[in-house]
Design a protein around this ligand. Structure first.
Ligand code: CUA
Length: 337
């Protein structure tokens, strides 16, 4: 059975070149397990139907002999007609019953997936932007609220409630290994639950066309043990790192005197705009630009200089800085651990 499943897997997805890590078929949470189970149920039913249709088709073709020279005479065959009527009725009945069985299992799976809840969940606010993800971990004490972008940390084995909204158009939050898709609607708040059971880094993707860079609206979900998650959260609560290194200080100056401050926040400085991602702990993140580039000095410099080249249409304008300033700015941003 395992070998058969693997073979089916290879045929369906191997040929399409999909990666196993970004897939509903490698479930890492209770809800995605339910969805995976439903997927395989429907897959095997469809495979059985396909094989049956092919067998009957081959059988019928083999029995029918057509003489190319002469037209086949039309013959009355009441017995054959009766058999055909019975066969068609049986096939229709079986089809309808099968579809209802699939419908019933879909409803049951939907209810199970919705059924997760807890009195004391981890709460995350997710706000969709063209084309990046804002994640907030609210705290009753406002200055302890964590704001980050494109990298969502969650504790393993604990229910998480996500409050969703959108700043512009409809987006859809989707981490295939963890949960089904969830639409983020502008002007409308909604909530959903999920849980990650296996530690790991799971790729997430916007799943609703939202403009030119929809395909580059990715994020990463980092599922980690509870103590690691708590450490991450307390690190993120701190204001930005203060360095006395001259090149970092110079970069900070560049940051605060150029257009960066018109859109970004770095807590602990005068930069407090909320148009773009919060950069207070930028260097702690693995990726930048909606999980499009890895967070390294080179890609950061390229992104700052000409973001339109990486993501045409992105709201961030080009920043043609002199090389020394750019170097210093990148050094500063890389210091924001
Ligand atoms: Cu946001 Cu597609």
């Amino acid at each position: 059975m395992k070998a058969l499943r693997t073979l089916a897997w290879i045929i369906v997805f191997g040929l399409l070149g999909c990666q196993s890590n970004h897939s509903s078929l490698s479930a890492a949470g209770p809800q995605s397990k339910n969805i995976e189970w439903l997927y395989w149920l429907i897959f095997w039913i469809c495979l059985a139907v396909f094989v049956l249709v092919m067998v009957f088709f081959a059988h019928g073709t083999a029995r029918t002999k057509v003489d190319e020279q002469e037209m086949a005479p039309v013959m009355e065959n009441p017995e054959g007609d009766r058999r055909a009527r019975v066969a068609v009725s049986v096939a229709v009945t079986v089809t309808v019953i099968t579809l209802f069985v699939v419908l019933a299992f879909s409803i049951v799976t939907g209810n199970t997936v919705e059924g997760l809840s807890s009195k004391n969940p981890v709460t995350i606010q997710i706000i969709g932007h063209q084309w990046w993800w804002e994640a907030r971990y609210p705290n009753p004490q406002a200055d302890l609220t964590v704001v980050t972008a494109n990298e969502i940390h969650v504790p393993v084995g604990l229910p998480v409630v996500v409050l969703t909204s959108s700043a512009d158009v409809i987006h859809s939050f989707w981490v295939p290994n963890i949960q089904g898709k969830r639409d983020l609607l502008p002007g409308y708040q909604s909530a959903f639950w999920f849980q990650a059971d296996k530690p790991g880094i799971y790729h997430g993707q916007c799943a609703e066309f939202c403009g030119e860079q929809h395909a580059h609206m990715g994020f990463e979900m980092v599922a980690e043990p509870v103590d690691k998650f708590q450490n991450w959260l307390s690190q993120q609560r701190k204001p930005s790192a203060q360095s006395t290194d001259p090149s970092v200080l110079r970069g900070r100056e560049v940051f605060l005197t150029h257009s960066c401050v018109l859109c970004h926040t770095v807590r602990g400085t005068d930069a407090g705009s909320k148009v773009g991602p919060d950069l207070t702990h930028l260097a702690s993140r693995r990726m930048i630009a909606g999980a499009t580039l890895s967070n390294e000095s080179g890609s950061l410099a390229g992104w700052i200089t000409d973001p339109q080249r990486v993501k045409p249409g992105v709201l961030m304008p080009a920043n043609p800085l002199p090389p020394d300033d750019l170097d210093a700015l990148v050094t500063y941003l890389r210091s924001l651990q």
